[in-house]
Design a protein around this ligand. Structure first.
Ligand code: ATP
Ligand code: MG
Length: 581
């Protein structure tokens, strides 16, 4: 490709809302441009990188035996009603109506569509196992689209769905996908970890996320150096503190004027924070909106957890039967106070009424805690579970942190941040049961199919690579996903010897499968060198003053300096580098 014929629009500065390097450099290199918040166009060189990542994904999926197909992103609401996800998915589901008022969603994922195909096409065990995948645009009306391709509203996802006879079959399909994902992210040049994860609104049991390690990652990862435990902080099991054996003391109401937070109360009463009980109050909404389209409050909820702990919202939502994020909100203080007797800043478990109470699993083992007294300016000391109050549900609700110990081996934990580039799920019979996807076995007995689903964010992966690999001049693309492998420049415009040699190198490289850009524009060398850097092309060959002596400069984008070599050597090196991808 000749730069004179390439469409290039590099920017001197990125728009103000681009905060992180991948977003800044993808925009500044002109590889992507924003159409509207969370929706992007991919320009010619950017699209080449997308296609490369897609190709890696495709090769690895094919190698694992998955079959590529393509379904429409326009999905009828009926299928979502059948699976039960239409009401629970919430406002992230991009809903639309046709001219007849029939409802649809733009697919955020395709479990329903794939299960629908399988329930009508597959009847016999002879047709199983099967794994269908597609690479297509997905839609999620994210509350806060940001970070460019990392959290967009339209993005490219590879999604695969495996269907098996039984659990053992699912385990094998899952293993194949796990291996394929590992190869995909290795080939993309990412530093990543698979970590144990929550199933979220997709449902089912058993899941791992592939996390590209990065400070700008939105996921907290908890890991252990001593064993190989790694999980999202939301999923990590947190060990309960050992049950306390001290004698239960008498309840005592003490004045705590103006002391509303755990830190204030603990300080004022000179208690360690571990001896306090934190109350968090929520309102839970009905699954479906009423006739006016509004969600009504179904019940109030009080959650109690040791004062120094953080509540894990994912564990809480799971304890409530996996309800959607939009159906749970911090309670309106006034309304909940009237309904349940709670008092803002002074809420404790003793005497609350008309409210569902949930306690973290370590709370029943703790003795003589300090909690709100349900009276402005007062707390209760020596509150004991069982004697003074009980909860309807007792379950682990703790958010893991680096202060905890490894739930597997007891060693101290560490924390890192990651960008979730892929996730794999064992769904089991979650969808086949809801939608009636069955097969008959050798004895004509009917069974539900066992399902798994597996997603890779193709465009998010592109951003994650840029996030892990850039400098102050632009992205440093690994050869495997670079828009082109090499770029050939001349130092002096109008120099015939230089132009001729550059032309020869360009055609030889191109002929041997090295994707090469020839910068034949009528521009100063500095401009060309800048563009080569901002585009992040891995190999740069500069034909300069020594062209007539048969010497050119060979430079890698990863390195500061260059080497002087003969043209043949430069061509050979580039060829070998590309052959080794
Ligand atoms: P997140 O927790 O980041 O919102 P998710 O867990 O909801 O993502 P999945 O349902 O697991 O996402 O989708 C599969 C993959 O699709 C993710 O691993 C991610 O790489 C990609 N993806 C999901 N949401 C987005 C988005 N808004 N923008 C870009 N890629 C996304
Ligand atoms: Mg996910």
């Amino acid at each position: 490709m000749r730069m004179s014929a390439m469409h290039l629009n590099t920017l001197r500065a990125a728009p103000g809302d681009a905060e992180i390097p991948s977003h800044i450099w993808l925009l500044r290199s002109g590889m992507i441009r924003q159409t509207v918040s969370g929706v992007y166009a991919f320009m010619p060189l950017g699209w080449r990188t997308v296609r490369k990542i897609e190709q890696i994904v495709r090769e690895e999926m094919d190698r694992a035996g998955a079959l590529e197909l393509s379904t429409s992103p326009v999905q009828p609401a009926e299928l979502w009603h059948e699976s039960g996800r239409w009401p629970v998915y919430g406002p992230e589901l991009w809903r639309l109506k046709d001219r007849h008022g029939r409802e649809f969603a733009l697919g955020p994922t395709a479990e329903e569509i794939m299960t629908d195909i399988v329930r009508s096409d597959i009847t016999s065990y002879r047709q199983l196992p099967v794994n269908f995948y597609q690479i297509q645009l997905k839609y999620r009306d994210e509350a806060r689209p940001r970070y460019g391709l990392i959290r967009s509203r339209e993005f490219i996802m590879k999604d695969a769905y495996s269907f098996d006879r039984d659990e053992a079959g699912l385990d094998e399909s899952y293993r194949l996908m796990r291996d394929a994902y590992t190869r995909v992210f290795e080939r993309c040049g990412l530093e990543f970890w698979p970590v144990a994860a929550d199933n979220g609104p997709i449902g089912g049991s058993g899941s791992e996320e592939f996390m590209a390690i990065s400070d700008v990652g939105e996921s907290d990862i908890i890991y252990c150096d001593a064993c190989d435990m790694a999980a999202t902080s939301e999923q990590a099991v947190v060990k309960d503190a050992p049950a306390e054996t001290e004698a239960e003391l008498e309840l005592e109401e003490v004045p705590t004027p103006g002391k509303k937070t755990i830190a204030d109360v603990a300080g004022f009463l000179e208690l360690p924070r571990e001896k306090t009980l934190k109350a968090l109050l929520f309102q839970v909404y009905e699954d479906e909106p009423d006739e006016r389209g509004e969600y009504r409050i179904k019940e109030y909820l009080a959650v109690f957890i040791r004062g120094d702990r953080e509540l894990n919202m994912v564990k809480l939502r799971n304890a409530l039967g996996g309800i959607g994020e939009h159906l749970l909100e911090f309670a309106d203080e006034k309304l909940i106070g009237e309904a349940t007797g709670s008092v803002g800043g002074y809420t404790g478990p003793v005497g609350l009424h008309d409210i569902r109470v949930i306690a973290d699993s370590e709370v029943p083992g703790l003795k003589n805690l300090c909690a709100g007294a349900l009276r402005e300016g007062f707390h209760l000391k020596n509150v004991n579970y069982g004697r003074d109050w009980t909860a309807e549900t007792v379950v682990d609700l703790k958010l893991a942190s680096a202060d905890d110990v490894c739930p597997v081996c007891g060693a101290p934990l560490k924390q890192a941040k990651g960008i979730e580039v892929g996730q794999i799920f064992k769904l089991g019979t979650r969808y086949s049961d809801a939608m009636g996807a069955c097969y008959t076995d050798e004895n004509m007995k009917e069974h539900l199919v066992w399902m798994g689903c597996y997603g890779i964010g193709v465009t998010r992966t592109m951003a994650a690579v840029a996030e892990q690999s850039h400098d102050d001049r632009g992205i440093i693309w690994p050869l495997s996903v670079a828009p082109c492998h090499a770029i050939v420049l001349t130092a002096k415009q109008g120099d015939t010897a230089q132009a001729e040699l550059a032309e020869r190198i360009y055609s030889e490289l191109s002929a041997s499968g090295v994707e090469t850009l020839l910068d034949d524009r009528d521009e100063r060398f500095g401009v060309k060198a800048n563009d080569a850097d901002i585009l992040g092309i891995p190999i740069r060959i500069t034909v300069g003053k020594k062209a007539e002596e048969g010497v050119v400069e060979y430079k890698l984008r990863t390195q500061g300096g260059f080497e002087e070599v003969c043209p043949e050597e430069a061509i050979e090196r580039a060829r070998n580098a590309v052959a080794s991808i």
